[in-house]
Design a protein around this ligand. Structure first.
Ligand code: SAH
Length: 356
C-alpha cells in the first residue's frame, strides 16, 4: 500500500466521529515501513491537542495484597511466592513529600485489589495528603463499592484509573475468573458519575486477543470519552495462568497508542512502564507516537521489587527522585519538555465549561 493511500485513510479516521472498524484493523496491521506515517500523524495530533509538554505523575504502589485471580498479573492471590506488603500512612506521606519536593503535582496511589484496609483509612490518607501538599490525587485500587468511591472523592481524590484491560466481554471473563465485565463497566460509570477524572486502558497481546479486539478497544475508548488511557504490552509472569505465553508486541502497542491519540484527540496518554520494560525502552518511541505523560515510580525502594505485576519492571533499583534526570536525558524526544503542572484533563475542563 502506498504511503499517500495510508495518509488518506488516516485523515478519514481522524475526521470521522465514529471510526470504522475495518480501517482500524487495517492500520493496526501496517508493517514496519508502512507504520511511519501512522506514528507521524499521531505525533502531529498530539502536538496540536496537548502540546509539547510531558506531564508527570509520581506513582506510589502502596500495597501488593490482592484478592483477584487476573490470569496475567503477578499480584494474583494464588501467587504464594510473593511477599506481601502494605505501606503505613507515614510511609505513603513520606513518598508524597518526595514527589512534591521534585515539583511533581500528581500522585497516583496504586495497589492490588484488596478490601482488607478500611475505605476510611484511605479516605483519611487522601485528606492528609491534600492538607499537606498542593497535589492532585489519582487512585488506582480496582473495583470497590460506590460508597467507597464516594467517600474517597469527598476526601479529595481527583482522578481514578481503572483499566478495562480488554473491552471484549468474553475475552475479559476468560482472563478474569470470578470477575464480571459488567461490574467493571459499572464501576467506570459510577466513577464518572462521582466526578472523578476517569482513566481506562488495555493490555496488548493477551491470549485470545486479535487485531479486531484491539480496534474495538479503541472504539470503546472513544465512546466513553475517558480522560486518560494507559496502553501497555502484556509481559508474562511465571506465577500466573499465562506463564509460557508469548509476550505482547511493543510495536503493536505503539500502533494502538497512535490510533488512540488520533481518534480521542486530547486524552492524556502515558508512555507506560510496560513499554519501558522491554529489550529496549520504548517509552521514547511512545512519546513520539502520541503519548504525553510519564509516570516515575516513587514507591520506597525496599518495596519496589515486590510490586511485581510482571517481571523485569523498569526502574526498580533506584529511587524516584533520581528518575527525573534520567527521563530527561534518555527518554525525552527533541523539542519536548517535562511539564510540572497538575495536568488536569482537558476534556474535563471542556465538560465543566459547557455545563455552566
Ligand atoms: N488493582 C488495580 C491496579 C492493577 S495493576 C486495578 O485493578 O486497577 C495496574 C495495571 O497493570 C493493570 O491494570 C494491568 O493493565 C497492568 N498489568 C498487570 N499485569 C500485567 C502484565 N503481566 N503485563 C502487562 N500489564 C500488566
Amino acid at each position: 500500500m502506498s504511503l499517500s493511500k495510508i495518509n488518506t485513510i488516516l485523515e478519514g479516521v481522524c475526521e470521522r466521529s465514529a471510526p470504522n472498524l475495518g480501517d482500524l484493523v487495517f492500520l493496526l496491521s501496517l508493517n514496519e515501513d508502512e507504520q511511519v506515517p501512522l506514528f507521524d500523524f499521531a505525533d502531529k495530533i498530539r502536538k496540536n491537542f496537548v502540546g509539547d509538554g510531558v506531564l508527570l505523575r509520581g506513582i506510589v504502589e502502596f500495597s501488593n495484597f490482592c484478592r483477584n485471580t487476573c490470569s496475567y498479573c503477578g499480584l494474583n492471590v494464588n501467587n504464594k511466592k510473593l511477599t506481601r506488603y502494605r505501606l503505613s500512612t507515614e510511609e505513603v506521606l513520606e513518598s508524597v513529600k518526595i514527589i512534591s519536593e521534585c515539583g511533581i503535582k500528581t500522585v497516583v496511589l496504586q495497589s492490588g485489589e484488596e478490601d482488607v484496609y478500611p475505605a476510611v483509612w484511605l479516605g483519611e490518607l487522601i485528606k492528609e495528603i491534600k492538607l499537606k501538599f498542593d497535589i492532585a490525587v489519582t487512585l488506582s485500587v480496582g473495583e470497590r463499592l460506590e460508597k467507597d468511591y464516594a467517600l474517597w472523592r469527598k476526601s479529595g481524590a481527583d482522578r481514578y484509573l481503572l483499566k478495562i484491560e480488554t473491552s471484549n466481554k468474553a475475552l475479559y471473563e476468560s482472563l478474569h475468573p470470578g470477575m464480571s465485565f459488567n461490574n467493571r463497566l459499572g464501576c467506570l460509570d459510577r466513577l464518572k458519575g462521582l466526578g472523578y477524572q476517569t482513566g481506562c486502558g488495555n493490555i496488548i497481546g493477551l491470549k485470545g486477543q486479535d487485531l479486531r479486539h484491539l480496534a474495538e478497544d479503541i472504539i470503546f475508548f472513544k465512546k466513553h470519552d475517558f480522560e486518560m488511557i494507559g496502553i501497555g504490552p502484556f509481559i508474562p509472569h511465571q506465577e500466573t495462568g499465562l506463564r509460557g505465553e508469548l509476550k505482547g508486541d511493543p510495536k503493536l502497542a505503539l500502533k494502538v497508542l497512535a490510533l488512540t491519540r488520533i481518534i480521542t484527540k486530547n486524552t492524556h496518554l502515558p508512555a507506560t512502564t510496560a513499554l519501558g520494560s522491554q529489550e529496549k525502552d520504548f517509552r521514547a518511541d511512545a512519546l513520539k507516537s502520541g503519548a504525553n505523560v510519564l509516570m516515575p515510580n516513587f514507591t520506597p525502594l525496599k518495596y519496589k521489587a515486590l510490586y511485581e505485576i510482571y517481571p523485569g519492571k523498569k526502574c526498580i533499583t533506584e529511587d524516584g527522585s533520581s528518575c527525573l534526570g534520567c527521563l530527561e536525558a534518555n527518554i525525552l524526544p527533541k523539542g519536548r519538555y517535562l511539564d510540572f503542572s497538575r495536568g488536569d484533563s482537558l476534556k474535563y475542563k471542556e465538560r465543566i465549561t459547557t455545563n455552566v
